[in-house]
Design a protein around this ligand. Sequence first.
Ligand code: GBH
Length: 456
Amino acid sequence: TVPDPSLPLPRFPRDFVWGVSTSAAQIEGAVGEDGRGRSAWDVFAAEGRRIKDGSDPRVATDHYHRYREDVALLGELGVGAYRFSVAWPRVAPDGSGAVNGAGLDFYDRLVDELLAAGVAPIPTLFHWDTPQALEEGGGWLVRETAERFAAYAEVVAGRLGDRVERWITLNEPAELTLLGYGLGQHAPGRQLLFEALPAAHHQLLGHGLAVQALRAQGARNIGIANSHGPTWPASAAEADTAAADLYDLLLNRLFAEPVLLGRYPDEELAGLLPGPVAEDLEIISQPLDWYGINYYQPTLVGAPAAEGSGPTAFGGIQLPPELPFAPREIPGYPRTDFGWPVVPEALTELLVSFRERYGDRLPPVVITENGCAYEGIEDGERIAFLDGHLRALHAAMDAGVDVRGYFVWSLLDNFEWAEGYARRFGLVHVDYETLRRTPKASYRWLRDALREQARG
Ligand code: GBH
């Protein structure tokens, strides 16, 4: 049955956390201001070849100067929480060494503004904007970056910890490993394929070290935002199920199991990782207070065709034929402007499978991102997308999965990485000429739905 977004949503628990998410590189702009250092994304975009519309994140939505207006939009929307990211190169321009007080001041003002509006600030400490100085030393391929990250986490917690009650270490280490270091679609543009795996391990280690640093500063309520989605085999043939299992291992289990179970899902793969892996896993698997999942879509995976996969996945790029799996198009579902299939019931499937796989090792879950790219201010498709996914989320809760919150990606249209400004994920439209914000139909729909929930 197709859900009808004009019907009220099922009732969520009273203390369920409703929020929206953004990230620094995608909204702030002001890249050269107040002592901010360069990030790997500034440099990647300046190289100019890889962003599809030839754009860059220098201005983005100018949130750095317009944060008061954006916080007012959050207040009117009625969300209880706002997930934003702290730009590491704003706080530590060289990635290590001197702290830039003016950079920290921005987040200090933002947190105060949010609290005054009744919105809980939830910082993500790293959403892909590695300081360029560290990138030049090997970025996440080297262990030192994990250590520098923990030092920076300590500085941020020291400054904001008196007002911030919930923290996120990393955003989607899987995507940065695959797209940034493996395939070169994202900064730093490396194409190392399986040699990108150290970037996964060092991000996970950075997560663990940051959890220690945050706890040492008195922080509680710490999570991570990992991207996950069900992986469906293209057929029951052995070659396809094996390819799908490998994809699931690399995109889901490789990032969930070190954190939740304290081990890598595969011995052979663990053998490829640098460092004292067993000791590192102790650090990586410290108990978390909750587990964040960014969900967008399921992936249909088969064995690679002889000539490599068609341009169906990862932003429509042709995958190198040496990859032992090939994402395929999923027929029979509507698609967003990005081409991603809209499959709300796969969110239920994902959450139930996590509960089955990890049992009591899975802490309470928060959906830290879910959203879609569509044009237009009268965005009925986005309303249908959110409505369908919230119903699917509720179904997972009915099935016994402990979910505590849901965050829409994103508050604003923003810099969509390799796609530039061409994909619009916002509840609020941004005119990139005037930087004017206009709430979309989906913004009003969510505001009304949240009011309805609050009445219950
Ligand atoms: C998130 O990552 C990011 O955290 C956020 O910054 C970004 O703006 C947002 O999503 C929207 O892109 O080509 O059909 O194989 C994206 C997570 C997981 C979504 C893999 C795309 C592959 C789709 N991605 N998925 S497909």
